[in-house]
Design a binder for this molecule. Structure first.
Ligand code: IPM
Ligand code: MN
Length: 354
């Protein structure tokens, strides 16, 4: 029987609640598909800081490196808002991404027909949307030096090397080859030198993918086009901060930020997490939508080569939504029954385990 070691980082806020549901679903699928998942929990974020003084302890990095994949919930909360930057939960997440070499963040935004009314956008605009944000994750302004804060001045630097752009561009084009063969590279080349280089390198990489149509788009226009006509996009290839912003925007096309999964790859192990945060305002209330995390678990199974299992999860989610079960965030749209986080997990697990 195939066996996989999964490092589990539940994190803060709603993190533990949603990861528990993903594990429930994974276990159901593992039984029916005849493979085994062995979980080990590690600390990350505010909870790690509280216990160890470090939002990303060494044991967590080692534990992740010793696993086949990492399943992650979310980090952050008001409690840690006033800590110095390097102690904050967010620093823990950035550190683990960097330490694991996860330079590529893949964020699909696919419409569920069952939830078409959950979006604030009109049905004709969003029906059939299927796009993928390929976000660079370990460079750009998040990591660039110099950075600092003085009394009356603060600064960050957006830096990209040719090598960093090239490797993320390759991922973007490879993903496009598996899809509708279109890449929209998003930058701000009319203002930023770093974007000029980005464009040049993306053009170079494009030569290796003659079947893929490449277009460039300024980030401000891309933000506008995403709500004007999201169907024009296949793969959106972009840097760290633009990808952060555009993927939150893309989640509103789909209806709820509680629905979008992500995979971070590029290193020895992949890390799978919902794109949303730790929602401290609703933590413990059992109303969080676990679907983004469960979809992230499906991406994890794809990554591990358990393609049937991944498909079973996605089908189960569709079925449960079709039957009218909804968590609170999507409750007003076609809900026959509003369920809590655990009930949603149970329903998906039952269907996925068949
Ligand atoms: C995300 C989050 C993180 C990011 C934060 C929590 C550091 O917003 O995964 O999109 O900006 O990358
Ligand atoms: Mn974000």
């Amino acid at each position: 029987m195939k066996q996989y070691k999964i490092a589990v980082l539940k994190g803060d806020g709603i993190g533990p609640e949603i990861v528990n549901e993903a594990i429930k679903v994974l276990n159901a699928v593992a039984t029916s598909e005849n493979f085994k998942l062995e979980y080990t929990e590690f600390l990350l974020g505010g909870s790690a800081y509280d216990k160890t003084g470090d939002p990303c302890p060494k044991e967590t990095i080692e534990g992740c490196l010793n696993s086949d994949a990492v399943l992650f919930g979310a980090i952050g909360g008001y409690k840690w808002d006033n800590l110095p930057k390097e102690k904050r939960p967010e620093s823990g997440l950035l550190k683990i991404r960097k330490a694991l070499g996860l330079f590529a963040n893949i964020r699909p935004a696919v419409i569920f027909d069952e939830l078409i009314e959950a979006s604030t956008l009109k049905e004709e605009v969003i029906k059939g949307v299927d796009l993928l944000v390929v976000r660079e994750l370990t460079g750009g302004i998040y990591f660039g030096k110099p950075r600092g804060k003085e009394k009356d001045k603060a600064y960050n630097t957006m830096v990209y090397t040719k090598e960093e752009i090239e490797r993320i561009a390759r991922i973007g084009f490879e993903e496009a080859m598996k899809r509708r063969k279109k890449v929209t590279s998003v930058d701000k080349a009319n203002v930023l030198e770093v974007s000029e280089l980005w464009r040049e390198v993306v053009e170079e990489v494009a030569k290796d993918y003659p079947e893929v149509a490449l277009e460039h788009m300024y980030v401000d226009n891309a933000a506008m086009q995403l709500v004007r006509n999201p169907k024009q996009f296949d793969v959106i290839l972009t840097g760290n901060i633009f990808g952060d912003i555009l993927s939150d925007e893309a989640s509103m096309i789909v209806g709820s930020i509680g629905l979008l999964p992500s995979a971070s790859i590029g290193g020895k192990v992949g890390l799978f997490e919902p794109i949303h945060g730790s929602a401290p305002d609703i933590a413990g209330e059992k109303i969080a939508n676990p679907i983004a995390t469960i979809l992230s678990a499906a991406m994890m199974l794809d990554f591990l080569g358990e393609l049937n299992g991944a498909e079973k999860i996605r089908k189960a989610i569709k079925k449960v939504l079709k039957e009218g079960y909804r968590t609170k965030d999507i409750a007003s749209f076609g809900a026959k029954r509003v369920v809590n986080t655990e009930e949603m997990g149970d329903l998906i697990a039952e269907n996925a385990g068949n």
